[in-house]
Design a protein around this ligand. Sequence first.
Ligand SMILES: Nc1ncnc2c1ncn2[C@@H]1O[C@H](COP(=O)(O)OP(=O)(O)OP(=O)(O)O)[C@@H](O)[C@H]1O
Ligand code: NI
Length: 258
Amino acid sequence: MSALLSIRDLSVRFASPGSTAMDAVLRHLSLDLDRGEIVALVGASGAGKSLLAHAILGLLPPGAVVCGEVRFEGQALGPDTLPTLRGRRIALLPQSVTHLDPLMPVGRQVALAARRAGAPDPGADGFRRFGLDPAVRRAHPHELSGGMARRVLALASLAGAPDLVVADEPTDHLDPDSAAVVLAALAEVARRGGAVLLVTHDLPAALPFAHRVALMRGSRIEAVEPAAGFLGAGEGIASAYGRKLWQALPQNGFLTDA
Ligand SMILES: Nc1ncnc2c1ncn2[C@@H]1O[C@H](COP(=O)(O)OP(=O)(O)OP(=O)(O)O)[C@@H](O)[C@H]1O
Ligand code: NI
């Protein structure tokens, strides 16, 4: 059976300011996501994680030059196919809460996200599931804390029961309990046969949920490792880069002196 999402030799370039040269911000990336799978995409700030997330959804800024191919259920994703899939079968949970409409009560935004996908409005129960008081539905985004807004974004992006969720730092600025709620909701997507690309700085927090870990460095995917390899001193991690990253984590720091 073919992968739910298949990225093949994807490169993205931008014109560099004041020159005719193009800067590659993603270089020859290939990655598959199967149904039922959560793949964590981990890498330093600026590695290109958000660009990859946006490239999958066809949401790169104008001027981006894209080569390579992204397929969903074998169908090439592009201007012909993405508008009908985005927000329905494929959802982005964006890194920035500025994606919420500042002028609309958040309950209405969640209801519209659901309706767009032909799904029922999650309503008060949806807000409760994400640890939010149902009264929050009447609030506008500026009345919410950063953590509340992130949970509303998560609720809105999952409201349409998408098959594929690209979640860009979904637990940023969340307390551990709220982060666990959001990660559990993403795990549910995979459990019912979808797939999740979980972009994160926080490898340890992602590990209990992820099946594989794609390590990004300097516009490339350096290695893809089974999540189960990230334990102990990292003997189970095949790539040198993965081992180094694992051993450099504060909680594993004692191992780097060994
Ligand atoms: N519109 C753009 N034009 C030119 N370069 C861009 C553009 N958007 C992003 N970049 C560059 O692409 C690189 C990757 O950015 P990206 O936001 O994907 O990083 P990231 O891995 O998501 O980082 P973070 O962890 O901080 O969110 C950066 O060096 C950035 O400067
Ligand atoms: Ni990012």
